[in-house]
Design a protein around this ligand. Sequence first.
Ligand SMILES: [Zn+2]
Length: 253
Amino acid sequence: MRTSCNPAYSEIPKRHASYATWPIEDLPPVDDLVRAGFFYTGTKSIVTCFYCNGSLQNWGPNDNPMIEHARWFPHCAYARQLCGDELYRKIQESKRAQQERARANESKDRAGPNDVPNTNAPSLPRTTNRRQLLIPDESTLSKLVAARLDLPISQRLLDQNFKLSIIRQCWTDQLRIKRDDFESECDLYIACLVLRKQTEHIDVMKENIVIPSVKMKQIREQKARMREQTFIVSKSSRFSENSVNVTCRSPLQ
Ligand SMILES: [Zn+2]
């Protein structure tokens, strides 16, 4: 297991103390949030995981912090351990199903709120897009990306000879722009494929790009080499003339 991002809040009493100013109305019980690994940031209803540094806000009173934790931060080893393998798997399945339903609804251009009952897991809230990943700065972003590089879907792309830099860039762009994970493994795969194509194209173009200062240096060096060669040739030809002369005169005889 990795070490925690916020070790100051790794103990339950420390997390509990952070909720001194928590606005209680219509929010999940503090005990549930604390047990789920969250400490209070002091702002609105934003809480952060001591372990993975993931933040959530806009809580409903019936939300289950542990489930939301595992749902939004599937890479968090603490949340996963808390849920247990069976529940963790169900949460991920349910998230996928909800995303597919949301996508289907979008394509049907359906009006009105999504009030389809969640038959897969009744304890889960029905929202999909209500919460987004909170990414206040670049270091949080890079931590979130790093955690996603450990996921099996990223590892499988490495096995398919995608460069780590490509996979990392795709995750970074996705989280920065969408503030959410890729909806499926296929989406990540396609993003990597497109980026790799673009990168290859740029590499080919690079060979044809002329940088004036570099090009001028090359030309100067080439000229200098040519002058040197000319010099050597003329000197040696003079030398051979002399040597011929010397032989002819042979003053030592
Ligand atoms: Zn976490």
